[in-house]
Write a protein that binds this ligand. Structure first.
Ligand code: IPE
Ligand code: IPE
Ligand code: MG
Length: 234
């Protein structure tokens, strides 16, 4: 089998990475953000066409105000700093998640990065920001119900093809490989519908230590897996 076309990553372990160095959690988040570029750059040589990264979950608002506002500032800084590099590298950037709770300045930067990169197609980078799989399905269902109510959708036509059209990821293929760093073996509400048949890799490396080499090794390992999708290998 060939390598994964779409890799999704739960970038976890920034807090512990900082803690091990007796530094504040935000120090780990900054180190984690710096790691993203290397992984983005290693997608094309590994045949990865879609990369989706989990940056902030709908549950992460439970953290202290200092951490949450520090992360929001970091996202603004990251977009401002990386916009040009991403655009020049042919990366098309998209954001998934609920924008309603994000501040206007951040949403403005997100919209602008999406539009300045919309003609690129070397790599499709999707950043999940204020994203939760259940929240996404609930928001999708709400819009689907509105379409039924307004007469644009017949309830009899609702099936496995229709529902994902309402998800934030409607233009993306399903992930082939989901990687989670930091040793936790859970998906924490990430791409619930989309990852139904994904292969998973849980690695102990903390996100700020995750290298292009490790990424490459995981994509090669994927190529040896036997995905059956419920069928029988012939
Ligand atoms: C992941 O690292 C980044 C976010 C969730 C924003 P964590 O902050 O969860 O790091 P740990 O799990 O506490 O080490
Ligand atoms: C998942 O990590 C979310 C992101 C990486 C953005 P968490 O650290 O929030 O997940 P839990 O709390 O360990 O499940
Ligand atoms: Mg964590």
């Amino acid at each position: 089998m060939s390598g994964p076309r779409h890799v999704a990553i739960i970038m976890d372990g920034n807090g512990r990475w900082a803690q091990m160095r007796n530094r504040p959690r935000l120090f780990g988040h900054h180190a984690g953000a710096r790691r993203v570029r290397q992984i983005v750059e290693s997608c094309p040589p590994n045949g990865v066409k879609y990369l989706t990264i989990f940056a902030f979950s709908t549950e992460n608002w439970k953290r202290t105000q200092v951490e949450v506002s520090g992360l929001m500032k970091l996202f603004q800084r990251y977009i401002t700093k990386e916009a040009r590099t991403l655009a020049e590298a042919g990366v098309r950037v998209r954001f998934i998640g609920d924008r309603v709770r994000l501040n206007d300045k951040l949403v403005e930067l997100m919209d602008s990065l999406e539009s300045t990169t919309e003609k690129n197609n070397k790599l499709h980078l999707t950043i999940a920001l204020n994203y939760g799989g259940r929240d996404e399905v609930a928001r999708a269902t709400k819009r689907l119900a509105q379409d039924v109510k307004s007469g644009n959708l017949d309830p009899d036509d609702v099936d496995e093809e229709t529902l994902p059209k309402y998800l934030d990821t409607y233009v993306l293929p399903d992930p082939d490989l989901v990687i989670r760093t930091s040793g936790e073996a859970r998906i924490s509400n990430f791409l619930l519908w989309q990852s139904a048949y994904a292969e998973y890799e849980f690695v102990d490396t903390l996100w700020p230590d995750f290298t292009a080499e490790e990424f490459g090794a995981l994509t090669s390992k994927y190529a040896n897996r036997d995905r059956r999708f419920g069928g029988v290998k012939v």
